[in-house]
Ligand binder design. Sequence first.
Ligand SMILES: [Zn+2]
Length: 199
Amino acid sequence: MGKQSEILQNLIDSFAKLPGIGKKSARRISYYLINSEMKVSEKLADAVIEAKKKLGLCMECHNLTEHKICDICGDDKRDGSSILVVENFSDLYMFEKLNIHKGLYHVIGGLISPLDGIVPSSLNLASLFLRVREKKVRELIIGLNHSVEGDTTALYISEKLKDSGINITRLATGIPIGGEIEFTDEVTLKQAFMERRIF
Ligand SMILES: [Zn+2]
């Protein structure tokens, strides 16, 4: 293969850096954009820029929002006494799609993993503990993966809140050990939620 345009290579490399997109897909997307009308690329670029400019994190739960408080936290029909702790937005989205949790969420933004430099202070945990103390929370549901990091984080949270008097539950282990919530099918996840246990 001959030397290809640096501009094209740059475009392919940019896509290849995104999660879940390999070199091959990056190349296909790049060719697609180059071959389609200008407005297709403009729409894509505008959508990325707009999302980056306007989306921020909810002050309460760290969910994505274009306001100070997200739609879930701002919905007074939801039960503020129950908080489901999740790792990231995609896990929150999974639970929302199942429509089984009527309470609020707290997105902690990762899992404790000292080897990767992720310590409790790297995560949104201080705000969680503050929320639990100030907002009359009765149940904290730990919706974290059943992995070493998920277990460590769950344990850390329950230790920190052991004198708070709230119920701490964790999803049942219907989720395969080491399995990711994001890739668990809906039936299994729903069951794990319904059968959550005191942690
Ligand atoms: Zn929120």
